[in-house]
Every structure is written in C-alpha cells, then in structure tokens.
Write a new protein. Structure first.
Ligand code: NAD
Length: 274
C-alpha cells in the first residue's frame, strides 16, 4: 500500500494511517477490518475496552497477510492497571487477538486517581523486553503524566495517542512530544464525524481540491506528521479515508485549518477519567 511509515523512537515502523475500531461490535469487526485490509490498510487500532479484539484478530488471520505486514495496536483498560494485573491482562488480549505479539501496546488512560500508571508501565517495559510488544506507548497522557513516567521509569513511550483534530489541535502536547521523541497519534481525527465535517472552511477546501471534508482533515493530519486512525464501518468511507496520498494542502490551506482550533475537547479530560 502507499501509506508511509513513521519511524518510532525504537526504530519500529508504523503506518501513518490506520483503521480505528471503537464502537464496532465484535461480530462486525471481522468484516470491517477484513475490508480495510483488502483496501490497503496495514494498521488497526483496537483496545480491550472495545470488546472486539477477537473479531479484529479473526480478520487479520483470515486476511492471509504475513503477520509482519500488519501493525496491531491494543490497549489496557484502567481497571486492569497494576504490575501483575497488566501481565495477565496482556496475555488475555493476545489470546483474544489470536496473536503471539502486538506491535504497539498502550495504557489507555493515565487514570491519575488510581495512581497505577507507573507500575503499569514497568510491566509494559517487561512485555517490551520479552518481545511480546514490539513498541509500548500511552494514550491520553498530559505532559505532567509523561514527565512523571520519564522520571520514574526507563523507557520513553514510543507513542501518545490523544484526542486531536482541527477543532482541538493540542499545540502544547504536540510540542512536548516532539521535544522528547514521542510520536503523536490522533484519536477522533475526524471529530467523531459530527459537526467538524460540516465546518464551512472544510467545505471550501474540499471543493477547492475536489475531495471530501473527511479527506481534507486526514490530509491535514498527515501533513502535521500525526499518526491517524479514522474509524468507519462503511466500505466506501473506509476506501475514501485511505485515498489521501495523491493531493497536498498548500500553506494557505494549512493556515486556514490552523485557525479552526477551539481548544474544546469532544471526549473526556484525562485528569478526571478513571
Ligand atoms: P473519528 O473521528 O474517526 O470519526 C468516526 C466517524 O466519522 C464515523 O463513525 C462516521 O460517522 C464518520 N466518518 C468516518 N469516515 C467518514 C467519511 N469519509 N465521511 C463522512 N463521515 C465519516 O472517531 P473515533 O472513532 O472516535 O476515533 C477514531 C479511532 O480513534 C477510534 O475508532 C479508536 O480506535 C480511537 N480512539 C481512541 C480513544 C482513546 O481514548 N485512546 C478515544 C476515542 C477514539
């Protein structure tokens, strides 16, 4: 496929664009992920909390693609954080996926009130040392959480997956990540498909390039060097969302998109999500 790779801080290559499968039922995940793999996707973002690791894994196995050609991300849910619990929980995810390693394992949320992300990360370091997770990272970590992790543990996260789209651009987090060699991955990259895609600025840019608003947004992410994992269960949209490698937004387009930042989240605040 024509999706470029981002090289993570441990040398692992990760396709810059993949499919997210939040809110996809386990039974549906097999056909949705199967369609995406057939359409050129080589990265899939699931989580234990999505309850579709089994259906996702089935699609990967049934695709017939060599294991090393598919990049699989899953995540540990808050209630399973803790050293021993993480090791057990990881085994259960692998079993459901039907795989013997994952490409990227993420702490889904820092859940600061639980105060377990440091010990959870130490278990992640063991999974990485054992080669069962080829890269380890976090999700929804603010710079304060990342700073503490880097002070109290050995390995700098390869990735931080955060809410990120033109209406919530996270300048401070992105700057912190680049300073420390952490790749920024955008969740809800399309703003969950709600109001964002109806923004008139996107409409104008879409008409200018003969593309859809979703494609303009994905192009913005790619040009900002984000990893991006748009979700869709609709085959035509799955195809549309990966068909973004043959046009370029110019400086003026990028400037207009920069102006859309509202500073407001659609999702939960990591400080209070437990
Ligand atoms: P998204 O921003 O990817 O939006 C998906 C929605 O946009 C779809 O349900 C559909 O309604 C619409 N859509 C998709 N393609 C479209 C197109 N081409 N044209 C018009 N509408 C289109 O939302 P998301 O699912 O929240 O985020 C993507 C992925 O990010 C998730 O599936 C999940 O893997 C990940 N995620 C992670 C976290 C986290 O806490 N780490 C939180 C949310 C999402």
């Amino acid at each position: 496929s024509n999706v470029p790779n981002i090289i993570l801080n441990n040398g692992v290559r990760m396709p810059q664009l993949g499919l997210g499968v939040w809110q996809v039922a386990d039974e549906e995940a097999t056909s949705v992920v199967g369609h995406a793999l057939a359409s050129g996707y080589r990265s899939i973002d699931t989580a234990a909390a999505y309850r579709n690791e089994r259906g996702t894994g089935k699609a990967i196995t049934e695709s017939g693609l060599p294991r090393e050609d598919v990049f699989v991300t899953t995540k540990i849910w808050n209630h399973q954080q803790g050293y021993d619990s993480t090791l057990r929980t990881f085994d259960a995810s692998l079993e459901r996926l039907g795989l013997d390693y994952v490409d990227l394992y993420l702490i889904h949320w820092p859940a600061p009130a639980l105060d377990k992300y440091v010990e959870t990360w130490k278990a992640f370091e063991k999974l990485y040392a054992d080669g069962r997770a080829k890269a380890i990272g976090v999700s929804n970590f603010k710079p304060t959480h990342l700073r503490r992790l880097m002070e109290e543990t050995e390995i700098v996260p390869a990735v931080n997956q955060i809410e990120l789209h033109p209406w919530f651009q996270q300048a401070e987090a992105r700057a912190f990540h680049s300073e420390h060699g952490i790749a920024t991955e955008a969740w809800s990259p399309l703003g969950q498909g709600k109001g964002l895609l109806d923004d008139p600025v996107l409409g104008t840019l879409a008409r200018k390039h003969g593309r859809s608003p979703a494609q303009v947004v994905l192009r913005w992410h790619l040009q900002m060097d984000h990893l991006v994992i748009p979700k869709s269960v609709t085959p035509s949209r799955i195809d549309e969302n990966i068909d973004v490698f043959d046009f370029t937004l110019d400086e003026d387009d990028m400037r207009q998109l920069a102006g859309l930042d509202s500073g407001n989240r659609l999702g939960a605040d990591p400080d209070t999500m437990n």
